[in-house]
Design a protein around this ligand. Structure first.
Ligand SMILES: C[S@@+](CC[C@H](N)C(=O)[O-])C[C@H]1O[C@@H](n2cnc3c(N)ncnc32)[C@H](O)[C@@H]1O
Length: 237
């Protein structure tokens, strides 16, 4: 098992100040996926709740969820101080400072005495290899959740090397062109970056890892080409 993840400060897959613009173009359904995640949370959580936002990055979830329910309190966790600096600016711009706290580091650095009603991990776990690191990541989150808490997990998924995955790659290339990236060199570079830094797994394996980490009641709520979103409930035993 390795503790290594991609480092958005020292070796970002995309320059952090370009992340927001690129995410909208490169990640299928990026903004509407966050709206769907908010819908899942609003349909599930009480009016007052505290949320753990793992891999909060430049603050998309913090702003969307914070404005979505003014009574939710959130802790945004991320090892990248550059990404969190962008999040901090947005929190101030949107007047969310009372609702949101930031922590530079990993989930396992947090104490296990503050327990959360929900957690989200959006576009984070796919950077971890499936060598025990993905499971440890989910277990770290589970340990900081209340019984019956909600988890939202969004990741690139699929099985590299299969005809289905190759087919998806050819679709993704066209999608990127449709989104205005008509530079073939850039598209090749994106795919190489993805190849080096993203570890997709089949949906069955996503389910298995969630179950092993103590989650059940799993439902896929989103599919954006090779990105999937699942909601799960922490077991009460
Ligand atoms: C692709 S960005 C996603 C940011 C945000 N969730 C979004 O939807 O735009 C991935 C973020 O996860 C962070 N990250 C990487 N490994 C992590 C880990 N093990 N725990 C928490 N965050 C991590 C990175 O620093 C980066 O900010």
């Amino acid at each position: 098992m390795t503790n290594k993840t991609i480092n958005f400060d020292s070796n970002p897959p995309v320059a952090t100040n370009e992340y927001d613009t690129m995410a909208q173009r490169v990640l299928p359904g990026y903004e509407v996926m966050h709206t769907m995640a908010l819908s899942v949370l609003k349909a599930t959580l009480p009016e007052k709740a505290n949320l753990l936002i793992v891999g909060a990055g430049s603050g998309m979830e913090l702003v969307k969820f914070g404005k979505g329910n003014l009574q939710w309190q959130m802790l945004g966790v991320d090892p990248s101080s550059n990404m969190l600096a962008i999040a901090q600016q947005k929190i101030e711009q949107h007047g969310l400072s009372e609702q949101v706290e930031l922590f530079t580091g990993y989930t396992h650095d947090l104490n296990t005495t503050s327990l959360y009603d929900a957690a989200t991990s959006i576009l984070v776990m796919h950077f971890l290899p499936d060598d025990g690191s993905k499971l440890a990541f989910l277990q770290d989150i589970a340990q900081r959740l209340k019984s019956s808490a909600t988890l939202i997990l969004v990741d690139m998924y699929g099985e590299r090397g299969t005809p289905e995955f190759e087919r998806m790659i050819s679709i993704i290339k066209v999608f990127w062109q449709e989104m205005g990236i008509d530079d073939t060199v850039k598209i090749r570079e994106f795919l190489e970056t993805m190849n080096k830094s993203v570890y997709p797994i089949p949906e069955m394996r996503v389910m298995e890892l969630l179950q092993q980490a103590g989650f059940g009641n799993i439902l896929r709520f989103y599919t954006g080409l090779w990105t999937g979103g699942w909601v799960a409930t922490k077991n009460s035993w």
